[in-house]
Design a protein around this ligand. Sequence first.
Ligand SMILES: [Zn+2]
Length: 555
Amino acid sequence: MTEEQLDFSAEMEALTKDLVGIRSVNGTAGEREVAEFILRWLRSFPYFAAHPERAFAQQIPGDKLGRENVFAYVHGTKKAEGPRKTLVWYGHIDTVGTEDFGALEPWANDPDKLLEKLLAEPDLPDAVRRDLATGDWMPGRGACDMKSGDAVFLVLLTYLSEHTDAFSGTIVLSLNCVEENEHTGILHGLDVLDELKEREGLDYLFAINNDYICPLYDGDPHRYLYAGAVGKLLPCVYIHGCETHVGQCFEGFDASVAAAEVVRRINYNTALCDGYHGEYTLPPSVLKLADLKPAYNVQTAQEAWTYFNYFVHAASVADILAGLKGIVKESMHEVAGRIDTEAEAYAKLAHQPVVPPKFQPDVLSYEELVAAVREKRGTEALDDELAAMARKLRAEGRDLREISLAIVRHLVRELHPARPLAVLFFAAPYCPANTLRQEVAGEKKLYEVLETLVDAFGKETGEQYKILQFFPSLSDSSYLKIDDTPASVSTLYKNLPGGKTVSPVPTERIRSLSIPAVDFGCYGKDAHKWTERMYKPYTFGVLPKLILKTVAKFL
Ligand SMILES: [Zn+2]
C-alpha cells in the first residue's frame, strides 16, 4: 500500500470514542482506568504480545488513586548500528472536569449521543451548530484535548509495529496522567525516558506532542506547529501593613489597599509581556487577591497577599524579579503618598491639625527576607528549620501556595518590621519555557528542517502551516527541555519558599535529557468548554500523514 492510500480514519475515530468514553477527569480513578485500557489495547497487537516488555505501565509512586503512565516503543529494523535515533511521541490521558456541560453532562463522554443532544439544544451558539451540522466534528470531553491526539499516536505506532522495516531507529510513545494541573505524570515519566535511553541505547532527536491546535483568531486558516512551550512562573506578593481601627483609618497602612494597587499595576500590564523572535506572551493575570484576616472585625487588614500567572518566553528570573520589585515599590509608595494626601484633605474638612503619617515602606525579595532574619538571629541555622516546616505542611496536604506563604509569614513575624513591608516571592508551579532557539545552531537547524518539511507537506495537502516558537497553553512540554540557565533556576529557587519540597521540578534531569518538544496537534476548538469539538478530517486524515512524513525524514 502506498503512503497516499493509507487511511486510518475509521480506526482512529473508533479508538477516540473509546478513549473519550472512559471518563478520566484529572484527580479521579478514571485516569488509571484509561491507562489500563490503553495498555490492554496495545498488548492485543502481535508486536507487543511478542515483546510485552515494550508496552508497560509506570505507577506514580505514592499516588492514592494508583494512577500510571503508559509507555510503548517500537524498534525500526531498516538499519541498526550505533545509537538508535529516537523520536518520542507523547500526550496526556487526563481531561478537565465535565461540570461545564450542565444538563448535558450525562453525555459529555459519549460523542455520538452528545452530538444529537447538542444539535437539539436551542441555545447552541451558531458557530458551533454550523460546525457540528457538517458531521466533520466530534464533540465530547477530551475529544479535542487530547484523546484524538493520543488515538492518532496509538494507531500509528501499532501500524509501524507491523512495518518495522520501514524505518530505522526507535519510536517511544509516552502517554501521561496528571497533566491538567501538577504535571506529575511526565515528571515521573522522565525516569523511564532516562532508563530507556541507557538500556536501549537511544539518542532522542526530539519529541512530538499531539495536544490540540486551534484557530488563534476568527477565520484563522492556519495549522500551527509549535517549536516549544510557553513557561510560567507564579510570582506572589505578601504585604505586611500597619493595622488600625476604622475610626482612625489614616493611622494605618492598609495591606488590602496596597495589594489592590499591586494588582492594578501588574494585571493586564503589556509592558510585562515577554518577547522572543517576534512572539509575545500574554501579560500577567491575577489568580489570587486576599487579606489574611481570620474573621470580621473593624480593624483594617494588617496582612494581604496576591499572586499572578506570569508567562515566560525567554526572560531570566532575575530580570522578572527586578521588574516586579520595582512595580511593588512604586505601589507601596503610591499608597503611602495617597494616605498622606487624603489625611491632609480630611484634616481640612474636619478643621483639625494635619498629621500625615508619612509611612516609609520596604520591599524585600524572599532571599533578602531570609538574609534579614538570619542577620537578626546572628546564626546560619535557618535553612533546616524552614525545610522542616515545608515538609511538615506538605505532609498535612496543604495547598502548595499556602505553604510558601506560611513560611514568609513565619519569617516576617520574626523580623517584626516597624514599617510597612512587601515581600516578593515565587510559588509552585514552575513550568520552564523551551523552544528551538534561533541562536543555538543545532536547534535552529531542526527548526529549519521542520519548516521545509511542513512547507512541502502544506503544498501537497493544501493546508497552510505556520511554525510558532511557543505552544501558548501550559503543557507537559515544559518538562522535556529547559531554556532557563542554571543561574536563573538558582535565583528562582532562592526565592521560592519551601523550594523543591513544594515545587519538585527535576531541573537537572530535564537539562541532561534536553529533548526538544514540538507540538503537531489534533485540530479542534473550545477545549475546556462544553462546546469542545475536534475536526476529524484534519486530525484523522492529514495529521497522521504529517507524522509519518516526519518519521520518514528523521528515521
Ligand atoms: Zn491538553
